[in-house]
Write a protein that binds this ligand. Structure first.
Ligand SMILES: Cc1ncc(C[n+]2csc(CCOP(=O)(O)OP(=O)(O)O)c2C)c(N)n1
Ligand SMILES: [Mg+2]
Length: 284
């Protein structure tokens, strides 16, 4: 597909300088390198600043409930496995409200790509601590500083041998778009944690902070021990070194393939139906 097909007239509502602009550009650039029609792609989101992303890309899109984007993506993928399904949402959305789903998606291994916009804060609700806020981060939740350590979700996913675990940075759009493309092409559950400055509510982790810490890793992501070390590097170095790139990957059977092996087919693709009766019934 080309960029003209997926651009919309909708103007992003994000603060000027928000990392979401870089993420939006990276997704669009990855999609243009994909040999698919916009009608073959569905982008689902949760609630949050980044949850608006599907509004700004002219593919199919669905802004779901807070923390529930993964079950939504799963339902779409196993109903119509020919679709490319991308889920996108914030750190609060994916690790707090929806945190339980992530653990299980690591083992379901359904063939979707999940982009987690990790700005270490609840942005849309104006600056509370999130599960990835750094210890000491002063927020509306903890004016004296967040008293607890952030969740270590990248090592958690590696420990579960999730199929594709990666990290990207909203300030390096070219690298991020290549990573997103690789994640989409990977057969299985692809998770990409995107470090993203929130210039309005996160005074600690801005572009300057990231610039000296983020580096592109070139280790062998299929070697578990090295992947484990890379996944833990930010925590072991007190955030002095933040590797971006593919952290871990393995190719194993996906849930979609497993179901086909057992019952010969996936849930049948729903045929377009006349819904005018329903519309009449629920119209005021
Ligand atoms: C079930 C539920 N709980 C709480 C909220 C209120 N809420 C809306 S957005 C949000 C936080 C979003 O933070 P995050 O997911 O990190 O996304 P960001 O805005 O930072 O991109 C919350 C708590 C909600 N909409 N639904
Ligand atoms: Mg957030």
């Amino acid at each position: 597909m080309n960029i003209a097909q997926i651009n919309t007239l909708e103007k992003p509502q994000w603060c000027p300088g928000c990392g979401d602009f870089g993420i939006l550009m990276a997704i669009k650039s990855a999609l243009t390198a994909l040999d698919r029609d916009p009608s073959e792609v569905v982008i689902v989101s949760g609630i949050g600043c980044g949850g608006k992303t599907p509004h700004y890309i002219r593919t199919y899109g669905y802004e779901g409930l807070h923390g529930r984007l993964l079950p939504l993506a799963l339902g779409i993928k196993i109903s119509n496995p020919d679709l490319t399904v991308i889920a996108i949402g914030g750190d609060g959305d994916g690790l707090s409200e929806g945190g339980n789903h992530l653990l299980h998606f690591a083992r379901y291994n359904v063939d979707i790509t999940y982009l987690l916009q990790d700005n270490q804060v609840y942005g849309l609700t104006t600056g509370q601590s999130s599960p990835t806020s750094h210890k000491g981060f002063r927020s509306k939740t903890y004016p004296d500083g967040t008293p607890i350590e952030p969740v270590k979700h990248i090592p958690m996913l590696v420990s579960q041998r999730a199929s594709f675990v990666a990290a990207g940075y909203a300030g390096n759009v070219k690298h991020l778009s290549q990573l997103i493309l690789e994640g989409i092409r990977h057969r299985g559950f692809s998770f990409i944690n995107i470090y993203q400055p929130c210039i309005t509510w996160n005074y600690m982790n801005g572009y300057e902070w990231y610039q000296s810490r983020v580096y592109i890793t070139d280790h062998n992501p299929e070697d578990f021990d090295t992947a484990w070390q890379k996944a833990n590097e930010p925590y072991n170095t007190n955030w002095e070194k933040i590797p971006i790139g593919v952290i871990y990957k393995n190719q194993s059977i996906t849930l979609d393939e497993e179901i086909v092996n057992r019952v010969g087919k996936l849930i049948s693709i729903p045929k377009p139906q006349d819904i005018s009766g329903l519309l009449d019934r629920f119209s005021i």
